[in-house]
Design a binder for this molecule. Structure first.
Ligand SMILES: [Zn+2]
Length: 439
């Protein structure tokens, strides 16, 4: 142990202070950005921006403003609650108390560690529950987007919990086992496991998990099917099938996406999308999605994700052996860490949880960079779509989706730079032919 107890400024104290300081800084930054967004949307609510006059009515513009403000205000509450819960788990001793209680009940070992992870997840979702319900049954309801019934919500919750147990528990057990048994390089093994799990999930999700929640039917509209198939051939894209998903069971928001990879890719249209868009517009939206494949955005993002998780796991591999990592975050590690020969409770689940709790506090400041990359990808996909389909169709599809989803046309520019994964409508439309050309 390098730490001298007599030193005034121990590594644990330094970590506590750095953690608290960065948490407050991030909170102030997020609060400032949110208040900018709220003010900007509020001040621009009386007038449709000139570029959209004739396409978006004042009533639709004002609905979008009200919807954006309602979500932003809920976001502020979530932010404060999230920070309070985080402090509660760490510096105020919540995780330590939970861990000690489970140790007394179950003793140290794999069962106790899994119980710690499971009860952490369970408590976390219970704390978030009121806000999740408010989002769906109050905000989404008020703006006419919610289609969920309480019955469906409950069924979804039970199914999600079941999927979480079936997939999450064996994964967690395997990770904990590797942490305990694979020696100093355990994190490399866990990284391999994590990569394999993600690839497996890409196959398993469309085949077995998504059908638990939605019905998928082959696209029946022959004319649209011919059009979409021709587009995919033009783009040199192979998919195993075109499906329509009953997204309208839960929400009026519309979407289209691809799942799977390699030859097992599927194209999925929400029924809400097909209802709102003309065949030409559907083709343009699909061409945009194909643009993401053409530019290998998904593959690049996975490489980035795998690279970041390797870095993160290597860091955790080191932190998990440092006593100050635990004590600095309000947790008393068991003796096994301090005296390596002691046969005592392992600290692996604690280390995992602390890491997952604390890392986002420090990586908030990376979000402008990630959002920037994502917005660049969207422009590239739009450009590709304009080569493969009609640009005017893409423009009118975009307008309809913005209108039907009540997305604000007047976001705060700085808020956009920090958070927006998609460029605002005005910036995207500025690069497209005018909508009037489609009519
Ligand atoms: Zn996109």
């Amino acid at each position: 142990m390098p730490a001298a107890p007599s030193a005034f400024f121990t590594p644990a104290m330094a970590l506590s202070m750095a953690f608290a300081a960065v948490l407050v800084l991030g909170l102030l930054l997020k609060f400032w950005l949110a208040s900018r967004q709220i003010r900007h949307v509020f001040h621009h609510r009386h007038e449709v921006p000139p570029a959209f006059v004739g396409h978006i009515t004042l009533a639709a513009h004002q609905k979008a403003a009200r919807y954006t403000l309602a979500k932003a205000q809920l976001g502020l509450i979530e932010m404060v609650l999230g920070a309070a819960v985080l402090l509660g788990w760490t510096l105020l001793g919540g995780l330590n108390a939970l861990n000690q209680a489970l140790l007394e009940w179950l003793g140290g070992g794999m069962v106790q560690q899994l119980a710690l992870l499971a009860s952490f997840v369970l408590l976390g979702s219970l704390i978030e529950l009121p806000l999740t319900l408010y989002q769906t049954f109050v905000i989404e309801q008020r703006f006419g987007f919610n289609q969920m019934t309480w019955r469906l919500w409950l069924a979804d919750a039970l199914k999600s919990a079941l999927v979480g147990v079936v997939l999450g528990l064996p994964l967690a057990a395997a990770v904990l086992w590797l942490m305990g048994a694979a020696g100093a390089w355990w994190w490399l093994w866990v990284w391999g496991l994590w990569m394999g799990f993600n690839l497996l999930l890409m196959v398993a999700y469309p085949m077995w998990i998504a059908p638990l929640f939605n019905k998928f039917q082959p696209l029946a509209d022959e004319a649209l099917k011919a059009r979409v198939t021709a587009l995919m051939e033009r783009c040199g894209f192979q998919a195993q099938g075109l499906f329509v998903m009953d997204g309208s069971r839960r929400s009026a928001h519309a979407n289209a996406y691809f799942t799977g990879f390699g030859a097992a890719k599927r194209v999925v249209f929400y029924d809400t999308l097909l209802k709102q868009l003309t065949p030409g517009e559907v083709e343009a939206v699909l061409a945009h999605e194909l643009g993401h494949f053409h530019h290998r955005h998904i593959a690049k993002r996975m490489v980035l994700l795998f690279g970041l998780s390797l870095l993160g796991l290597a860091l955790l591999g080191w932190l998990a052996t440092q006593a100050w990592f635990y004590t600095g975050l309000g947790v008393q590690p068991s003796l096994a860490l301090l005296v390596p020969s002691a046969s005592n409770a392992p600290n692996d689940a604690l280390a995992l949880l602390l890491f997952l709790l604390v890392v986002p506090v420090f990586t908030v400041f990376l979000s402008p960079l990630l959002a920037q990359i994502s917005r660049r990808d969207e422009f590239q996909a739009d450009a590709y779509a304009m080569q493969q389909a009609h640009g005017a169709d893409l423009a009118s599809a975009l307008l309809k989706l913005y209108k039907d989803n009540a997305s604000t046309l007047t976001p705060d520019p700085l808020y956009v730079r920090f958070y927006y994964s998609h460029p605002p409508a005005s910036e995207r439309l500025a690069r497209m032919p005018s909508v009037a050309a489609a009519a």
